[in-house]
Design a protein around this ligand. Structure first.
Ligand SMILES: [Zn+2]
Ligand SMILES: [Zn+2]
Length: 121
């Protein structure tokens, strides 16, 4: 019995977005595999980040934040709406720029401290 069998989501070349219904090619424009929808950036919890294997959660993963490693490209942070697990995914060239920007500026639009403090320093 093989334990290295890829999950069904990885074997298929396209998947249907759980949020907006778009048919998404599992291969991005840069030839890398992708796990999230380029239109609404939602994803499905299919991989177990901690265990390294496939996850049977299959909850919907929504983009919650953007991380920028030093000198690197944008990385999208997803959170599972079912089990609250976090996952990161590289941003693809054709990902929805408007949605990406909305996520990136969200903390600035609602800061936990008054922004006018910066005017006094
Ligand atoms: Zn979508
Ligand atoms: Zn999950």
């Amino acid at each position: 019995m093989s334990t290295t069998e890829p999950s069904p989501a990885l074997r298929t070349s396209a998947f249907t977005c759980v949020r907006c219904g778009l048919t998404v090619s599992a291969l991005g424009p840069d030839g890398r595999g992708r796990g999230h929808c380029p239109s609404c950036l939602s994803s499905l919890h299919t991989a177990d980040r901690v265990g390294g294997g496939p996850s049977d959660c299959l909850g919907r993963m929504v983009p919650v934040s953007i991380s920028v490693p030093r000198g690197g490209a944008w990385v999208l942070i997803h959170r599972c709406t079912r089990c609250a697990a976090l996952a990161e995914a590289p941003v693809a060239a054709d990902d929805n720029h408007l949605v990406l920007m909305r996520i990136a500026v969200r903390p600035l639009a609602d800061p936990p401290f008054p922004l006018d403090l910066f005017g006094e320093v």
